[in-house]
Design a protein around this ligand. Structure first.
Ligand SMILES: [Zn+2]
Length: 249
């Protein structure tokens, strides 16, 4: 059913075309138009002209100073895929303020203009999106065999610890091509890679375990914080050993 402040069909078409039918969220840019599978004379559209400021009171980012005409105008619309159109309204829209969405729209339209003029090209990345929780489970499986993360300091061999952490860093770097750009997992893995790097820059394998203790403790703490985030965001289960280095609430 059409509500009083919904966009006119003409406005929907215009905002979609100005976005070249790509989602305007810079972290998404999913295409929202393509062929209909069963009818070769039809196309399928999945995008939505979303309200920057809500159409009616109580909606996300509702601006009471807007006139009904402004609410329905193209300047209040942003083209998004179905997922992102829901995302921006979560939590009452507080995570995505109007200025933020206006910037997405402006930047996206500028980019599409550059593509139209030929100074930039749209490159299709024909790579299936790997389920990020599969990568999380791979990380957990790898780390649960790394005693350097949880074995009592007194039972550690410094050479073994050093090699083990170098292995971890190499492993994290090898995952980079599988991790989605700008995903929470990218932040988590970057932080764990940096923790390994920092440890290696400030430690030598010739040090005693006593001399390594401080650096190793700090590194375990950072890995623990990141594993806690991973558990929360990707709903994965950790082994008992890895649970032991999570931050205590
Ligand atoms: Zn999207």
């Amino acid at each position: 059913m059409k509500r009083p402040n919904d966009f006119k069909l003409e406005t929907v078409r215009q905002v979609a075309e100005r976005a070249s039918y790509f989602c305007s969220n810079p972290k998404c840019r999913r295409i929202t138009i393509g062929p209909d599978k069963s009818n070769q004379a039809k196309s399928t559209k999945t995008g939505i002209a979303s309200h920057i400021c809500a159409a009616s009171q109580g909606g996300a980012r509702y601006d009471m100073s807007q006139t009904p005409k402004e609410r329905q105008s193209i300047s209040n619309a942003i083209w998004l895929c179905a997922t992102c159109s829901v995302l921006i309204d979560k939590n009452g829209g507080h995570d995505y303020p109007a200025d933020h969405l206006k910037k997405w729209k402006k930047d996206h339209e500028s980019l599409m203009k550059e593509c139209l003029e030929g100074s930039k090209r749209v490159i299709l990345q024909l790579k299936p999106v790997t389920d990020q929780s599969i990568i999380c489970r791979k990380i957990i499986k790898f780390l649960e065999n790394k005693g350097a993360l949880f074995v009592d300091f007194n039972n550690e061999n410094p050479h073994y610890v050093f090699d083990s952490i170098r292995d971890m860093r190499t492993f994290f770097v090898s995952l980079q091509t599988e991790i989605l750009e700008s995903s929470p997992l990218e932040v988590i893995v970057d932080s764990m890679t940096n923790a390994c790097r920092h440890f290696m820059n400030n430690t030598q394998p010739t040090m005693s375990i006593k001399e390594m203790e401080y650096g190793l403790g700090a590194m375990r703490k950072i890995i623990g914080f990141n594993l806690a985030d991973m558990k929360k965001v990707y709903s994965v289960t950790l082994s008992t050993n890895l649970e032991s280095i999570l931050p205590t609430e």
